[in-house]
Design a protein around this ligand. Sequence first.
Ligand code: OGA
Ligand code: NI
Length: 353
Amino acid sequence: MDCLKDWPEPVISVETLTGLLTIPERYIKPPSQRPNITTTSSNLNIPTIDLAALRQGLDDHEAMEGIRKACREWGFFILVNHGVEPELMRAMRGVWRRFFYLPLKDKKRYANSPATYEGFGSRLGVEKGAILDWGDYFFLHILPPCMKNHEKWPALPTSCREITEEYSKELIKLCGFLMKVFSRNLGLGEERLQEAFGGEEVGVCLRVNYYPKCPQPDLTLGLSPHSDPGGLTLLHVDDHVEGLQVLKDSEWITVKPAPDSFIVNIADQLQILSNGIYKSVEHRVIVNSSQDRISLAFFYNPKSDIPISPFGELVTPPERPVMYQQMTFDEYRLSIRKRGLKGKSLVEAIKPT
Ligand code: OGA
Ligand code: NI
């Protein structure tokens, strides 16, 4: 694990590059990976799901079916009427924006290492000379309690820790609820999915992404294509600026954010547990020259040392044999951290031979 102790070269915060006229070579993607931001994008958007009808119980067939379809066909949906107070969501986004607007030296106190990634950082992966993404971030652990360390969370702005706590509490509830919906939709008992994640002992972490303005947005990406490694992700993004793109039928669809909504996406461990019935879909982030952008990615993951493999009920050969080998989330995450973000190659790599 020695290679994960430190970064292979000094880390440059992207915010320090925002005033340049041209971006450093390290951020220029090969032509095939550059975003096509000048071509007009299609009007397609990811589906919107209204949770109101299900908040009293999971028996609204139409709403359940809508989620089922979104999970199978998109792996991504916009969630409205989810029960989390809009004021709390705005306060959370506001406090983190204020954090990123603090002087760099105040943020560098929390500079992270590739051993845990916790803290303020600007790169993923430890490959020397890698082409980098145009974004800074703050990563922190919320669950299990033994991993949570307030000392590693920003002390400033003063309300940051408190608001992040409150936000997390609400989102953990919402994720628990979605787990029941997904479990039921997979034809399993309501609690099965949560149990497979370790019941109360799930892992939860947060990555706040900050994408500074970029002088040449057509040459780079805020975040390279990837699928999220964990269970499911609740993303809350700035609603006045676009950035997230989702791969659908080999085309990058730009997500049009809705105010006070969450963007929900299926991540790799749900793909594995569902034996491929649900897919964790590749996504990436584009940047722009006129506005910075904040996003909060809330990751809900299985307990890290539980072996994860497809549910027996969902293994139905010959059409659907076992699609993935058993692996703990710890093992899975370690290999990602060594390699950095590389599309969906990891979940595909653990198919039995
Ligand atoms: C992520 C992610 C998307 C965004 O943090 O995993 O996909 O819009 N973020 O920042
Ligand atoms: Ni992601």
